[in-house]
Design a binder for this molecule. Structure first.
Ligand code: DDQ
Ligand code: CA
Length: 269
């Protein structure tokens, strides 16, 4: 059996075909390289802070004590510098209304921001927040989330792939594909690099996935379904999205699209 690696990925170990003589009932059993099922984690709320309800959060990352946020929807897309304790927006750069802004990440004194379907990203100077350039992504499907490990940039695109980008040209170099021991997973949205793993929101789900960047194995899931009840929600689209880790103090923050709160949480392992 030839494995369709383009569709199922290089994380697939093998595909076995079961044939009982009837071609209509051929079934295929796929075995994944990742043979462990994900661990399930819970959380504890450490603190709650105000968050702008107008912010359709698509990107969230700390630089020192300052929170940077990207918001989406056409006509409402922005790049913000935020005081996380008060929720005050210190600087707000509007994104041209034809773009739907997505994830951000900060590397080498630059902020990189994706857009959803335009296959175009923006580069800003971290200190002035002035736009200094653009970049294109042609191999990946769409622009969803970004994070970096201090050296490389990782990008999700709505599919099962997370791409590794060249930090200078932003071109897609290679990718991992996200699998559990049972299936291929997709729709990874906002991303965060925490201690060697990629933490990822999943679009319209209450769980944060913990992904091994070396092989795409989905090693854990944090069940955050309790948080939704603690925010004033008005629309189905107001889902958990936004993970930011303050490296110096090891604090973890999460929010959602148009949520009125930013939560500092501790993962219970
Ligand atoms: N994404 O963040 C999951 C990548 C996209 C969110 C899209 C939310 C839909 C809003 C409706 C817009 C209609 C074009
Ligand atoms: Ca993030």
């Amino acid at each position: 059996e030839k494995i369709d690696t383009e569709r199922l990925g290089h994380n697939v170990l093998q595909a076995q075909v079961f044939y009982d003589g009837n071609v209509d009932t051929i079934t295929k059993k796929i075995t994944f390289l990742n043979n462990k099922s994900p661990k399930l984690y819970s959380y504890k709320i450490i603190a709650e802070y105000p968050h702008d309800k107008q912010a359709f959060t698509q990107g969230l990352e700390f630089y020192g004590d300052t929170l940077y946020e990207s918001t989406g929807r056409k006509g409402k897309s922005s790049l913000r510098k935020v005081n996380y304790k008060t929720g005050d927006v210190l600087t707000k750069i509007e994104v041209p209304k034809e773009y739907f802004a997505e994830g951000i990440t900060i590397l080498n004194d630059q902020i990189f921001q994706l857009t959803w379907q335009a296959k175009e990203g923006f580069i800003y100077d971290l200190n002035t927040m002035k736009k200094t350039g653009n970049f294109a992504y042609n191999k990946s499907k769409e622009g969803w989330g970004l994070c970096n490990d201090g050296e490389h940039i990782y990008k999700s695109d709505g599919t099962e792939k997370i791409w590794l980008l060249n930090p200078n040209t932003l071109a897609e170099k290679e990718y991992i594909e996200i699998t559990t021991n049972k299936s291929v997973k997709s729709k990874f949205n906002e991303l965060e690099w925490i201690d060697g793993k990629i933490y990822a929101n999943t679009w319209q789900k209450d769980g944060i996935a913990i992904i091994n960047p070396k092989n795409g194995a989905l090693e854990g899931v944090i069940d955050l379904s309790g948080l939704r009840k603690k925010v004033s929600q008005h629309e189905n689209l107001d889902v958990l999205n936004g993970i930011a880790y303050k490296k110096d103090t090891k604090q973890l923050f999460v929010t959602g699209k148009n949520w009125d709160k930013l939560f500092e949480i501790e993962v219970i392992k």
